[in-house]
Design a binder for this molecule. Structure first.
Ligand code: SIN
Length: 481
């Protein structure tokens, strides 16, 4: 029998930093669905927020609350900002190299809706990749790839482990404590910036088990994405570009965003996304991100990865402007938990990072708060596990298994249909009619002969649509026309 002290589902920043905060003597297993760098952390570009010092905390809290339309849990926001001083110091002390100036001082950048420069970055525009690599090296616990979790073992209010396909074979993994750090829901959307592994499976299991999801209508769209590629993951153009001064322009070069919000390019992400969506719909024109104001050598040093990626598809930066569209980027809502990551009513089950909903982001996440959320709340989960009283309960028998029906041959067709429905009806701008149509279509697919993994995606999709139908007024990322 495979039994661990702690099982962590997901090897992004939240999962790895939770592992880093658990001592070596603990028997910890980190699992990921595919290769470990197929996670959203790896693709994060802009940076990680940190409060600059004690006196910056009120301003960071206010920016986070304002971006979240004050729908945030204020206690969670205060914890996020205060603990950033401690977690950033810890990561630096362990040896993470963020970008510095010639004197070796950290370089801070600004992104939309921040009132000051407080975002640290690495590799110019490859913060996620650098942090992920750093944490992979720092993690001293066992990491197991190709482990696809398809069920949580829950009985009488206690989680005992998971069922998973490990290298395509069904296995049961038991653990005293299970931390969900599996990310958001990107693969539900036709246009998204997420890793292909992020597909809402664990959220779907929660729906099935009656575990509460919260704020699921708050799906965040990133305003500046190049979507004209055949690949599932569309190409993000970090907010840091606008933070440094890039413009969003119409075909004839007009900075039309000022017609929507006086902050122009630096309005919060929900506002900029909607403005671009609305402008394109009204005019039928393309919208572009324009970098022509930047000096070439500076740009190539500050944004080396974006420059290289786009060069490979024929763009020369900073001279060429790029056609952009909003695309799904981040699940603001998630599996409901408290500020220690505890899932109410289920002993031994925790959630952290994008998968979770502590209420910290309110109705819309402030740019670059997500890597910070990953580390702060991962540390709290680890601390909670290490200090709680442990009670020995014998493991019950879990008979039900889905191993033969994880995939079904028609699933690909339905998955594609689901992605289109979510983009069309549960996208940047929603209508009641569209949401009702989406609800019916999802219900129809759920009643087909489908595999377990698609069933889980559909569970999550229906929770998102139901949440949107319940919220009659627009708020933050939820805009109903
Ligand atoms: C970006 O670099 O624009 C994405 C950062 C984030 O999602 O916070």
């Amino acid at each position: 029998m495979k039994k661990y002290d702690v099982l962590i589902i997901g090897a992004g920043i939240a999962g790895l930093y939770a592992a880093m905060n658990l001592p070596k003597e603990k028997k910890v297993l980190v699992v990921c669905k595919d290769i470990p760098w197929e996670c959203n952390t790896f693709y994060a570009q802009g940076g990680m927020v940190t409060a600059l010092n004690e006196s910056d905390i009120p301003s960071h809290v206010e920016d986070t609350m304002a971006a979240g339309s004050y729908h945030n849990d204020e206690k969670a926001v205060e914890i996020l900002s205060k603990m950033s001083l401690e977690t950033t110091a810890d990561i630096l002390k362990r040896g993470m190299e963020f970008d510095v100036d010639e004197e070796g001082e950290l370089l801070y950048t600004k992104e939309a809706a921040h009132s000051t420069e407080r975002i640290i970055h690495a590799g110019g525009d490859a913060t996620g990749r650098y942090m992920h690599y750093f944490m992979m090296v720092q993690n001293e616990h066992q990491l197991q790839r190709n482990t696809l979790v398809y069920d949580l073992l829950i009985q009488n209010g206690k989680c005992f482990g998971v069922k998973a396909l490990v290298n395509y074979r069904a296995e049961t993994i038991y653990a005293d404590d299970v931390i969900i750090a599996s990310g958001g829901v990107g693969s539900l959307y036709e246009y998204n910036t997420n890793s292909r592994t992020v597909s809402a499976d664990i959220h779907g299991i929660c729906v099935e088990k009656g575990i509460e999801l919260c704020d699921m209508e708050m799906m965040q769209f990133h305003p500046t994405v190049f979507v004209k590629t055949p690949f599932a993951r569309k190409l993000l153009l970090t907010e840091a570009l606008r933070g440094e001064g890039a413009h969003i322009v119409s075909e004839d070069g007009k900075r039309f965003l000022f017609d929507y919000d006086e902050r122009g390019e630096l309005a919060s992400r929900d506002i900029v996304s909607r403005a671009i969506f609305d402008y394109k719909r009204k005019t039928g024109e393309e919208v572009y991100l324009d970098f022509s104001m930047f000096e070439e050598a500076w740009f190539l040093k500050r944004f080396p990865n974006i420059s290289r990626t786009f060069e490979a598809i024929g763009y020369k930066f900073p001279q060429d402007r790029v056609p952009i569209s909003p695309a799904f980027h981040y699940a603001v809502g998630g599996i409901k938990c408290d500020v220690d990551g505890c899932v109410e009513g289920i002993d031994g089950l925790y959630v952290v990072g994008e998968a979770s909903s502590t209420g910290v982001h309110g109705a819309n996440r402030l740019a670059s708060n997500s890597l910070l959320e990953g580390v702060v709340f991962a540390k709290r989960v680890a601390q909670h596990i290490l200090t709680k009283e442990s009670i020995e309960i014998s493991i019950p028998k879990f008979d039900k298994d889905y191993k033969n029906i994880v995939h079904h041959e028609n699933d690909e067709v339905y998955k594609k249909r689901l992605r289109k429905i979510m983009w069309d009806d549960m996208g940047v701008i929603r209508t009641k009619k569209g949401l009702l149509e989406a609800k019916n279509e999802i219900f129809d697919m759920k009643n087909r002969d489908i595999g377990r993994l698609l069933e889980l995606r559909l569970n999550t999709a229906s929770a998102i649509v139901e949440a949107a139908l319940k919220r009659k007024e627009s708020l933050g990322a939820h805009y109903i026309e």
